[in-house]
Design a protein around this ligand. Structure first.
Ligand SMILES: NC(=O)c1ccc[n+]([C@@H]2O[C@H](COP(=O)([O-])OP(=O)(O)OC[C@H]3O[C@@H](n4cnc5c(N)ncnc54)[C@H](O)[C@@H]3O)[C@@H](O)[C@H]2O)c1
Ligand SMILES: [Zn+2]
Length: 349
């Protein structure tokens, strides 16, 4: 089971966690070059001070780095240094780096120990936990990957201080998702705030809570054969919208916000979700400056992309819907006509 340590300014604790897991060779850090620049080598200096030998491979920021060519360059780098199976790969950056470095760690020498040091909100509460690692193909995102949990995930909220407001709020979409699925009290706390008062104290409460929810779901269903699919709330339309816009227009969290609004509309039309809960969800998404509607995309293109979702089974789309805040369900029988209607409603005119 992966160990997550969560807190503020906790990098000094990382060396101890590595030692607990028997990691004592060299450390191969695969890092977002933007994060390295912003943090002024804090990670490697802290680890070096604890006696570790650290080598860093900088990767250009952005989704374009998450592919097999980049993975191959990292394999060559590891080979040149004669990296050994008991030495660790550290992923230092957002979800792109976590997925890429995790994929490399899963495959090089048939697996090296993986340590995640996530630096975006998305990575801290979502991608660094649960062991999904992958790279993209031109044909689609995350098509080549593995389930490969980290040994240690070190979640230091102080990294979030340099994140752009847009990236931070995109991460809040996943926080809101977690609360809507599992945690009505957390939802109420989030609703009582807004982007202006996301203090470190509040983050120190929210981040570990979301981490625990993700760990709980993943522990029950590590390979996504059942309830892990719940984490996909908002992602059926969200992923389709991202694909239909060539991953250029929306950040993932923004697309998920629109997708959650779509799922809530579907649930309301089906008589599952009540008006009051629907309005509460809608208000919170807007309050965190996240979009509820899309523009400049053909709804038919989104509809086509929904049919290609990896999570469909035997051609049936498995929708995650809410009966209420904190009460999710999986629903395979949503009529196509209703999906088309909601995609029209979600379109900004
Ligand atoms: N494996 C999973 O379970 C899972 C879950 C969710 C998302 N993902 C993947 O994660 C990726 C999205 O993650 P993301 O949103 O973290 O994207 P990202 O890694 O591209 O990071 C977003 C931006 O923030 C910058 N950045 C990162 N940390 C920073 C910091 N501390 N200060 C300033 N800037 C910083 C990055 O350079 C980048 O420009 C996608 O590829 C998605 O497929 C995977
Ligand atoms: Zn997501």
């Amino acid at each position: 089971m992966e160990e997550a340590i969560v807190g503020r300014d906790i990098l000094p604790e990382l060396a101890g966690a590595l030692a607990r897991h028997g990691i004592d060779g060299r450390l191969f850090v695969i890092a977002d070059e933007r994060v390295v620049a912003r943090t002024q080598n804090k990670l490697s200096e802290t680890l070096a001070a604890s006696g570790y030998t650290v080598a860093t491979y900088p990767v250009a920021a952005g989704e374009a780095s998450k592919n097999l060519r980049q993975a191959e360059r990292i394999y060559h780098w590891l080979a040149e240094q004669r990296a050994e199976r008991k030495e660790a790969v550290l992923a230092f950056g957002g979800g792109v780096i976590g997925d890429l470095a995790g994929f490399v760690a899963a495959t090089y020498l048939r697996g090296m120990p993986l340590v995640q040091i996530p630096t975006t909100l998305v990575a801290q509460i979502d991608s660094s936990i649960g062991g999904k690692v992958a790279v993209d193909l031109p044909e689609g995102k995350n098509l080549v990957g593995a389930f490969y949990p980290s040994l240690v995930t070190c979640i230091d909220i102080s990294f979030l201080e340099t994140l752009s407001q847009r990236d931070l709020l995109a991460g809040w979409a996943e926080v809101i998702k977690t609360a809507l699925l599992f945690d009505a009290p957390l939802f109420n706390e989030i609703a009582a705030r807004g982007p202006a008062d996301l203090t470190p104290e509040f983050l120190l409460e929210v981040v570990p809570r979301c981490v625990r929810w993700k760990q709980k779901v993943v522990a029950e269903d590590p390979k996504e054969q059942g309830i892990r699919a719940l984490l996909n709330y908002g992602h059926t339309i969200g992923h389709a919208l991202e694909a239909a816009t060539g991953y250029q227009t929306y950040l993932h969290g923004e697309a998920v916000a629109i997708g959650m609004h779509g799922a809530a509309r579907i649930a309301k039309h089906l008589g599952l979700l009540g008006q009051e809960a629907f309005e509460k969800q809608q208000a919170v998404i807007a309050q965190y400056n996240l979009p509820l509607q899309y523009a400049a995309v053909d709804p038919a293109a989104i509809h086509d992309a929904i049919a290609l979702d990896k999570k469909n089974r035997q051609g049936k789309v498995r929708w995650i819907l809410l009966d209420d805040i904190g009460k999710p369900r999986i629903e395979s029988g949503v009529p196509q006509t209703l999906v088309r209607q909601v995609l029209q409603e979600l379109r900004q005119h």
